[in-house]
Ligand binder design. Structure first.
Ligand code: CMC
Length: 432
């Protein structure tokens, strides 16, 4: 903390309050507004928390203007190139990169807990055959809280660590089973000899009657997608996990709330929309330029899905990394000439050269490419957000653990600006 302050003067009363300015390691300084309500009796109004820091955090840093994303100080570009998802999980959870022995131990623990309790299987049977995998995941993950409730003391750091391990470990199984249930295929149990991404692919695409060899290119691409989506600081789902966990609720239940938040189309659903848009373009038989023109037309609500970002007003650093992988994957699969991917590449080219997009800094975002990769891998559209959840499970846990050990943490309880009726008297029903 510095001695810098911001002075607020209430013009109505002449009262004055000094608000301390808090300095982080990077990013904008933050005004501590707590004295405002204490000393002047004011709340602050900030729908969507557009300019409010809800906590201190050491985990992830984003600079949207400069296109920077770092986990624990390490640039995402370096992690994407050199790390693996499980090593990134360790970094996010513990704050440091693991030694070889630490990584080996961590990997063994994550592998060991991958099988959910047998009774968890029966929860799936309660869903209709056409249930969305995210609906199943919200329910099944919430159900996990019942299995670990008595053994999870949220005030015990070791218990918190075990809870995080269990969640990271079981997530691929729970996600893959959500898909298997929806398509009516038998569930496959995890194979603890396989890597994290390979194991997930096997449980998604394997069947008990045949041997399944995970495609190493797919496993690498999936691992990259998991690294890039592992955390994104105080986004809606992470803030949901923090808020529900702030009442000291069971962490499995708090994460289930996070999964629900992620499911929304404004959060985790964008890559699904990208593929739907590309399919619509192909089906329409019209030229790509027609859709670019529509996106530029202010009287047309159509937007190019997968372009632009609320935070990144520069190239999304994740998009830069994943773009390379996407092109490589399509080339290796010989899929570049398939109509949907052709349209995608044409769209990318036109939009990157067009003044409308250049002036507004509307670059293809991470969802544009992750949608294409997942589609090329044969992942069904309704599993896209489930894979996002698979990646983000570590971010949610890292933030929950950080919050639980933060001495400044309080139960989340936003205030409001009440705009309802003024006080009035009850009117008996016969007089209404
Ligand atoms: N296609 C056409 N025009 C666009 C687009 C687009 N995809 N995105 C923004 N614009 C225009 C917009 O019309 C506005 O133009 P003008 O200044 O002339 O009025 C200008 O660009 C600024 O747009 P904005 O709506 O003020 O920007 P925003 O920060 O509010 O919106 C966004 C960000 C992501 C919601 C928006 O770019 C969008 O709708 N993109 C398409 C959906 C999408 O790909 N979403 C995934 C984002 S990544 C999710 C994640 O990381 O979790």
């Amino acid at each position: 903390m510095t001695s810098r302050t911001v002075t607020v003067i209430d013009n109505a009363t002449g009262k004055q309050v000094e608000l301390p300015v808090l300095e982080g390691t990077l990013g904008p300084a933050t005004v501590d507004i707590r004295p405002l309500s204490r000393e002047l009796g004011y709340f602050t109004y900030d729908p969507g928390f557009m300019s409010t820091a809800s906590c201190r955090s050491d985990i992830t840093f984003i600079d949207g203007e400069k296109g920077i994303l770092m986990y624990r100080g390490y640039p995402i570009e370096q992690l994407a190139e050199h790390s693996t998802y499980l090593e990134t999980c360790y970094l996010l959870l513990y704050g440091e990169l693991p030694t070889a022995t630490e990584l080996e131990t961590f990997t063994r623990i994550i592998q060991k807990h991958s099988m959910p309790h047998q009774a968890i299987r029966r929860f799936y049977d309660g869903f209709r055959h056409d249930a969305h995998p995210m609906a199943i995941m919200v329910g099944v993950f919430g159900a996990l809280s019942a299995f670990f409730h008595d053994s999870t003391d949220v005030h015990n750091p070791h218990h918190r660590e075990i809870a995080a391990h269990r969640m990271i470990s079981k997530m691929p199984t729970i996600a893959a089973w959500s898909y298997k249930y929806a398509i009516g295929q038998p569930f496959l149990y995890p194979d603890n000899e396989l890597g994290y991404s390979e194991n997930f692919l096997r449980m998604m695409f394997g069947v008990p009657t045949e041997r399944y060899e995970p495609n190493p290119i797919f496993a690498k691409a999936l691992d990259l997608i998991l690294i890039l989506h592992a955390d994104h600081e105080q986004n809606a789902s992470t803030s949901t996990v923090r808020l529900s966990g702030s009442s000291e609720a069971n962490p499995f239940a708090a994460v289930s709330a996070g999964i629900a938040s992620l499911w929304g189309p404004l959060h985790g659903g964008a890559n699904e929309k990208v593929v739907r848009m590309l399919e619509d373009i192909v089906e329409s038989g019209q030229k790509v330029e027609h859709f670019v023109d529509r996106a530029k037309d202010k009287d047309d609500p159509f937007r190019l899905m997968g372009f632009g970002h609320r935070v990144y007003k520069n190239y999304d650093p994740r998009a830069k990394i994943i773009r390379k992988m996407c092109h490589e994957l399509l080339r290796q699969m010989g899929a570049e000439n398939q109509p949907m991917f052709e349209v995608a590449m044409e769209l990318e080219r036109i939009a990157m050269e067009d003044d409308y997009f250049k002036e507004r800094k509307l670059y293809p975002n991470v969802d544009f490419y992750s949608g294409l990769i997942l589609r090329a891998m044969g992942i069904p559209l309704n599993m896209f957000t489930a894979i996002f959840a698979l990646a983000r499970i570590v971010g949610w846990n890292a933030h929950w653990c950080e919050m639980m050990q933060d001495p400044e943490s309080r139960i989340g309880r936003p205030r409001q600006l009440y705009t309802g009726a003024a006080p009035r008297d009850y009117v008996p029903i016969e007089k209404r």
